[in-house]
Design a protein around this ligand. Structure first.
Ligand code: COA
Length: 260
């Protein structure tokens, strides 16, 4: 599929996906949502892709939200489908089985914030801004933002952010553990790629199981989550990568993981 709204490239186990509507601050219209869904499906199906880096074009925005021009025209039934499509994309990213690094290079508002929240790790530039400003448009977040934000930053801050609609700075996002690390704007992409290279050299099946244990386990009762962890730990022990990783340690050499 040829893409009109996103850019993709793959090399050395890393797929880069860039939302590419800089004149609209990379706002997510319907076509962009569909193209992102296709790109992430391609990433999931391609065994050579170990890690995905997601960012936005230009110097101002990661993604400034769902496209307000389209929201303005939605009937209630179309709004239901639009919300379901956005939620499906976020679940697809969360359940991809491969780490997705969001390189948040500016505004991450509304659907852009929701997109970042669905990624496995968020790195941000110092000019990044995170917010769910939907209240200012007379709506609520519809791509999972109310639910993922409360799980990430707690009820009090999630209510403040969604009821006021006011964005927070990159520094505040760091303090809330909403982002893992901050960088200068000029350094962000290199740093995201550096992290991606590290993850791409790691054991893919173990990474997949870590993603599952943490993404799903966090919402389960502790006993069920611990049982899941045990099952996933045992599954890792059926892989060649487990033998390679443990042998490499004992033989004092670097491990070479194959994803088997
Ligand atoms: N949907 C559609 N278009 C958007 C958009 C969105 N979510 N966010 C920005 N744009 C467009 C603007 O309409 C403008 O287009 P134009 O040049 O054709 O008029 C262009 O992107 C540049 O944005 P502009 O508002 O001029 O930039 P700014 O630097 O003055 O302000 C923001 C930046 C992010 C503060 C502002 O664009 C904004 O508030 N955007 C909407 C954020 C939002 O509510 N997101 C949630 C949507 S559910």
């Amino acid at each position: 599929m040829a893409f009109n709204n996103i850019l993709t490239s793959s090399a050395n186990g890393i797929m880069q996906i860039t939302v590419n509507r800089p004149d609209k601050l990379n706002a997510l219209n319907l076509d962009t949502l569909l193209e992102l869904g296709q790109a992430f499906e391609d990433a999931a199906n391609d065994d050579s892709v170990r890690v995905i880096v997601l960012t936005g074009s230009g110097e101002k925005a990661f993604v400034a939200g769902a496209d307000i021009n389209e929201i303005n025209q939605l009937s209630p039934m179309e709004a239901k489908d639009f919300s379901a499509l956005g939620q499906q994309l976020m679940l697809q990213i969360e359940n991809l089985g491969k780490p997705v690094i969001a390189a948040v290079n500016g505004f991450a508002l509304g659907g852009g914030c929701e997109l970042a929240l669905a990624c496995s790790i968020r790195l941000a530039s110092d000019n990044a801004r995170f917010g769910l400003p939907e209240i200012k448009l007379g709506v609520i977040p519809g791509f999972g933002g109310t639910q993922r934000l409360v799980r990430m930053v707690g009820r009090s801050k999630a209510l403040e952010m969604t009821l006021t609609g006011n964005p927070i700075t990159a520094e505040q996002a760091l303090q809330l553990n909403l982002v893992a690390k901050l960088f200068n704007q000029t350094e962000l992409q290199d740093q995201a790629l550096k992290l991606a290279e590290m993850l791409a050299a790691s054991a893919p099946i173990a990474m997949q199981h870590i993603l599952q244990a943490i993404q799903h386990g966090a919402d389960l009762p502790l006993d069920a989550a611990l049982e899941m962890e045990t099952q996933l730990f045992a599954l890792c022990c059926s892989t060649r990568d487990m033998h390679e990783g443990t042998s490499a340690f004992l033989e004092k050499r670097a491990a070479e993981f194959t994803g088997r």
